[in-house]
Ligand binder design. Structure first.
Ligand SMILES: Cc1cc2nc3c(=O)[nH]c(=O)nc-3n(C[C@H](O)[C@H](O)[C@H](O)COP(=O)(O)OP(=O)(O)OC[C@H]3O[C@@H](n4cnc5c(N)ncnc54)[C@H](O)[C@@H]3O)c2cc1C
Length: 326
């Protein structure tokens, strides 16, 4: 069996990965995008805060992106990259498309990791099932959609006060339930009281819905706080796929806010030949910022390959001229 060769394998076909592929495809690079098909915003009805695409369903945006990169010759495969090893000229990547015994390998000179994050949520019954529908984390992604509604902020850490301030901008009916968090500092409590945000120092027992519509949160005391939206800060955790194989590690974000893979502004990681972009690097980047980071990494890889090819051409030419005349 022959191993297919690509200039670049992009692992992850979300906004970041497809944007990297777009830049590379337009630069006439041979590119393979591997995508396991689990973008972070999949549960959301629409993508918001993205100029020119307001409210487009996440799946539709990615379908359009795949068609755009394919028009430049990029190959997109619905498959998971399951392993990677380094060789003299780049990397051998093993992929798994779900068919029994698959373990196809491809070769790439460079790799871009855009595998994103997984959102860890507090273990509260009823919460995870409504994530991305009416259990929300981001005012810019879905705040407008819950304007003027009854909003409960379920505190999971220091971000709760920040979220309360931002959602108070969208609704006059905001309640913070401290859940397992310690009491607020006096200054924070005073600020929230002054802007009309209620604070309840109790644990949440359950998130309740009727006919698939959120109705409130039940507290341990049995009291129900009515809610049409629950706001909660997830803990985004970098997907670990291929990191150890490539000699990379995740790092903690400050304040126990999650983990990420460190990379510079161009997407350069600590592992030579490996770039990273999107939520994997910055878990708080929205779709536009993730796409921008992917595009930048794609352009930088093209420049890196062009520079390497020029050096190789010089070596070949020198070797040719050094040959004795016959
Ligand atoms: C509920 C929710 C709603 C959101 N709404 C908005 C919004 O309205 N507007 C906005 O701008 N942002 C929104 N976001 C943020 C948005 O989801 C991210 O900015 C965006 O998904 C980041 O893109 P990405 O390409 O880095 O990662 P992702 O979109 O998560 O894509 C990563 C891809 O890599 C694939 N993958 C992972 N491991 C492998 C592997 N080993 N092999 C192959 N493929 C792999 C995954 O299956 C996935 O398809 C929302 C987030 C959440 C949680």
């Amino acid at each position: 069996m022959t191993t297919q060769n690509f200039d670049v394998v992009v692992v992850g076909g979300g906004a970041a990965g497809l944007s990297a592929a777009l830049m590379l495809g337009r630069s006439r690079r041979s590119v393979l995008v591997l995508d396991a098909g689990e973008p972070r915003n999949a549960p959301a009805a629409g993508v918001h805060g993205l100029l020119g695409h307001e409210g487009t369903p996440p799946g539709e945006l990615l379908r359009a992106g795949r068609a755009e990169v394919e028009a430049y010759g990029v190959v997109v495969r619905a498959a998971r990259a399951s392993a990677a090893t380094r060789d003299d000229t780049g990397f051998v990547v093993t992929l798994d498309d779900g068919t029994p015994g698959d373990g196809t390998t491809v070769h790439a000179r460079r790799i871009v990791l855009t595998t994103g994050v997984v959102d860890q949520l507090p273990d509260v019954p009823g919460l995870a099932a409504r994530w991305g529908h009416d259990v929300l984390h981001c005012p810019y992604c879905h705040g407008w959609e819950v304007r003027d509604k009854k909003i409960v902020v379920l505190a999971t850490g220091p971000m709760a006060v920040h979220q309360a301030l931002l959602f108070r901008q969208l609704s006059a009916d905001v309640t913070v339930v401290l859940h397992e968090q310690p009491p607020l500092a006096d200054e924070q409590a005073e600020e929230l009281a002054a802007i009309g945000v209620r604070v309840v120092a109790e644990e949440v027992a359950e998130v309740v819905a009727e006919n698939d519509v959120l109705t409130g949160v039940t507290l341990r005391s049995g009291q129900v706080v009515a809610a049409e939206a629950v706001v909660v800060a997830s803990r985004p955790v970098a997907r670990p796929d291929l990191l150890a194989d490539l000699g990379l590690e995740t790092a903690e974000l400050p304040g126990n806010m999650g983990t990420h893979v460190p990379a510079d502004a161009m997407g350069v990681t600590a592992a030579p030949g490996v770039w990273a972009a999107g939520n994997l690097v910055d878990p708080f980047a929205q779709v536009g910022a993730s796409a921008a980071a992917g595009a930048k990494a794609g352009a930088m890889i093209n420049a890196d390959l062009a520079a390497a090819e020029a050096r190789e051409a010089v070596q070949r030419r020198r070797a040719l001229h050094a040959e004795p005349a016959r």
